[in-house]
Design a protein around this ligand. Structure first.
Ligand SMILES: Cc1cc2nc3c(=O)[nH]c(=O)nc-3n(C[C@H](O)[C@H](O)[C@H](O)COP(=O)(O)O)c2cc1C
Length: 266
């Protein structure tokens, strides 16, 4: 089988994370294009349940870099924070006279649906940026301290930070980071989990066996982030992060409730 090619596919196939940029600012046309493309993304139930903040104040960017513990956040020529936004729709409903007690903007479904919207919009912006020769990094690190981000950005009730996106003219050319064989990630009809743990003739290979070739490829990858360290095999990386307690601190429950998402199932 041969991959088909056009400009869009080639942009997507060549995408890689960029964490260093030249000082060149993005033009107003570039910014407007990226923002308009983000707005064109699909949006669940047409709720338009996301917004983005373009960060132009160096002090705010510096604080986000501190929260994310990633200095390049402050060095990005353009920086966006994508958020779940049910506040705008809440105001619309209020102004329309809908009784507050009847509103369901606090539902967990609104939270996840708007999060999906925000990610799709971010990804559209990312792809558009790449197609213009720009380089981007998605920033989950801003979630290290959600209450701090909410306060820093003045996020009102029924909003919640999702991810950042830093954009600029690339000042590095990292290699493409390997991806696992397609058949281990894209399945047909049902999830092939049933034979896990089976042994003997005809048993499925273990994940470690199935991923051995990919592991070897990953170990060859030259990671510009940690140039002095050998890259661990993928299975080693996963095993090492499986007990990472850092992510417990990123639990959304309490900060989300404080923003008015009670998480009630409806
Ligand atoms: C949801 C999400 C959050 C991410 N957060 C960060 C981040 O905070 N900082 C960072 O440097 N890279 C971040 N990344 C980039 C990943 O590390 C990167 O996509 C992954 O290592 C694969 O490398 P590649 O994008 O070059 O293929 C994030 C990616 C995603 C999808």
């Amino acid at each position: 089988m041969t991959l088909l090619h056009n400009d869009t596919i080639d942009t997507l196939l060549n995408r890689r994370t960029i964490r260093s940029w030249t000082d060149e600012a993005l033009s107003e046309d570039e910014l407007e294009t990226l923002e308009t493309v983000a707005q064109r993304a699909a949006t669940s139930q047409y709720l338009n349940g996301w917004s983005a903040l373009r960060i132009t104040d160096p002090a705010v960017a510096a604080e986000l870099a501190r929260i994310g513990n990633q200095p390049y956040i402050a060095q990005a020529p353009a920086l966006y924070i994508f958020i779940i936004d049910a506040y705008r729709n809440l105001r619309i409903a209020r102004e329309a006279g809908v009784p507050e007690a009847d509103m369901t903007f606090d539902a967990d479904y609104i939270f996840t649906q708007s999060q999906n919207d925000a990610v799709l919009a971010l990804h559209a912006m990312e792809t558009a940026a790449e197609s213009l020769g720009l380089g981007t990094v998605i920033l989950g690190s801003i979630l290290n301290d959600v209450p701090a981000v909410i306060s820093l950005l003045g996020l009102p009730e029924k909003t919640f930070p999702v991810l950042g996106l830093a954009v600029g003219h690339p000042a590095q050319t990292p290699a493409l980071k390997p991806r696992m064989p397609r058949e281990l990630q894209i399945f047909e009809n049902t999830y092939p989990a049933a034979s896990e743990g089976a042994s003997g003739e005809g048993a499925a290979p273990s994940m470690h066996e199935a991923l051995a070739g990919f592991d070897a490829e990953v170990a060859q990858y030259y990671d510009l982030r940690f140039p002095d360290q050998p890259v661990k095999a993928f299975t080693e990386q996963i095993a090492a992060t499986s007990t990472d307690t850092g992510r417990l601190a990123k639990a959304f429950g309490e900060p989300a409730r404080a923003q008015g998402f009670t998480g009630r199932g409806l």
